[in-house]
Write a protein that binds this ligand. Structure first.
Ligand SMILES: NC(=O)c1ccc[n+]([C@@H]2O[C@H](COP(=O)([O-])OP(=O)(O)OC[C@H]3O[C@@H](n4cnc5c(N)ncnc54)[C@H](OP(=O)(O)O)[C@@H]3O)[C@@H](O)[C@H]2O)c1
Length: 294
C-alpha cells in the first residue's frame, strides 16, 4: 500500500482523484462529505466503500490530506483542521487550486505540517469524464522544495505529468487555463447564439457545430494555433468580415464586441502565420475597430 489518504470534498474533481488514487494502490482511509449519503455514493464510485464518512476527526488517520473544496473554502477548512487538532504532525495538506499557493493551508498555530498544491490542467465537468480525461494531463506542482518530490510522485501515480511552478507564477498560469478551457466553452455558447439567430434552437445549433469543434480541436492539437488557423481573416477576405459585422450587429449580449476583439487577435495570428498581407490586415482592422458602421 502507498500513503494513507483522507480526502475532504467529494465533488467533481475529488471523486475522480479518489478513484485514481485507489486504483494506484493508495490507502484511502476516509472520503469525507458534509452529507453522509453523498459520502457513501462517492466512496462507491472511488471503489473504497469503507472510506465513506461525514466526520472530520477521521482526518487524523491520514498522512496525505486532500482538500478538494471550492477555492474560497480552503483556508477556512485548513484552519478548522489545525484548530481542532485533527492533523497528525508531519501530515501533508494538499489542495487542487490553480490560483492559490500551497501556503494558504498553513498557519502559525497547530502541529508542524507540509503543504502542496497540485493543479490538474484539465476540466472536470463530472467525475466520470474527469477519470477519463486525466491520464496524460499536466499538473502544476507548487510548494516548498521538500514536498515537490512527493507532488511529482502523486502526479505520476495519477497518470499525469508534473510542471513545477512558483506561487508567483500561478495567477498567470491559471488565467491561461481559464481562457483555454472556460472561455472556449463560453465562446462555443456564443457561436450557438449567433447560429440560432438564423432560425435554429441553441441545442440544434450546437449539434451542427460539434463536428467543426472536433475538427478544430484535432487540428489545434496536431498543428498548434498558427497552422490550425483558417477562415476569412486568415485568407484576407475583407468583405466577408464586413458582412459578418452587419449580420451580428443587432444581437444582444455583447456578441458584436466579442467578434471584434477576437477578430483583432485573429489578425495578429494571421499575420504571424503569413497568409494575411499587410494591406488586407489594415482594412480588416479598420472594420473591426469601427464603431459599428461597416
Ligand atoms: N472542476 C474542475 O474542472 C477543476 C479543475 C482543476 C482544479 N479544480 C479545483 O478542484 C477543487 C474542487 O473543485 P470542484 O470543481 O471539484 O468543486 P465541486 O464539484 O464544487 O466540489 C467541491 C466539494 O467541496 C465540498 N464543499 C463545498 N462547499 C463546502 C464548504 N463550505 N465546506 C466544506 N465542504 C464544502 C462539497 O462536498 P460535500 O457537499 O459532499 O461536502 C463539494 O462537492 C477546487 O480547488 C478547484 O479549483 C477543479
Amino acid at each position: 500500500m502507498k500513503g494513507r489518504v483522507v480526502l475532504i470534498g467529494p465533488g467533481r474533481l475529488g471523486q475522480a482523484i479518489a478513484r485514481l488514487l485507489c486504483d494506484a494502490g493508495y490507502d484511502l482511509r476516509a472520503l469525507i462529505s458534509r452529507d453522509p449519503v453523498r459520502a457513501v455514493a462517492a466512496a462507491r464510485f472511488a471503489g473504497c466503500r469503507n472510506a465513506a464518512s461525514a466526520d472530520l476527526s477521521r482526518v487524523a488517520e491520514g498522512e496525505l490530506i486532500l482538500l478538494a473544496l471550492p477555492d474560497d473554502q480552503l483556508g477556512a477548512m485548513a484552519a478548522t483542521l489545525r484548530r481542532d487538532g485533527h492533523l497528525r504532525p508531519g501530515a501533508t495538506l494538499i489542495h487542487f487550486s490553480g490560483l492559490h499557493p500551497a501556503a494558504i493551508l498553513l498557519g502559525k498555530e497547530g502541529p508542524p505540517l507540509r503543504a502542496l498544491s497540485l493543479h490538474p490542467l484539465q476540466t472536470f465537468a463530472d467525475s466520470v469524464m474527469g477519470v477519463r480525461n486525466l491520464p496524460g494531463t499536466t499538473f502544476a506542482v507548487e510548494g516548498t522544495p521538500d514536498v515537490i518530490p512527493l507532488g511529482e510522485a502523486l502526479v505520476a501515480d495519477l497518470g499525469g505529468r508534473s510542471l513545477v511552478l512558483s506561487a508567483e507564477q500561478k495567477p498567470l498560469y491559471h488565467a491561461a487555463a481559464c481562457v483555454a478551457s472556460n472561455y472556449m466553452v463560453t465562446l462555443v455558447d456564443t457561436a450557438c447564439q449567433i447560429f440560432s439567430a438564423c432560425g435554429f434552437g441553441q441545442e440544434e445549433a450546437f449539434h451542427y457545430l460539434t463536428p467543426l469543434l472536433r475538427g478544430t480541436g484535432r487540428n489545434l492539437a496536431a498543428l498548434g494555433p498558427k497552422l490550425a488557423l483558417t477562415g476569412p481573416i486568415a485568407r484576407g477576405d475583407v468583405r466577408t468580415v464586413g458582412k459578418h459585422l452587419r449580420a451580428i450587429a443587432h444581437l444582444p449580449g455583447g456578441v458584436d464586441q466579442i467578434y471584434r476583439i477576437l477578430g483583432i487577435k485573429t489578425v495578429e495570428l494571421a499575420l504571424k502565420k503569413g497568409t494575411l498581407d499587410a494591406e488586407a490586415a489594415e482594412e480588416i482592422l479598420r472594420l473591426l475597430e469601427s464603431d459599428g458602421e461597416s
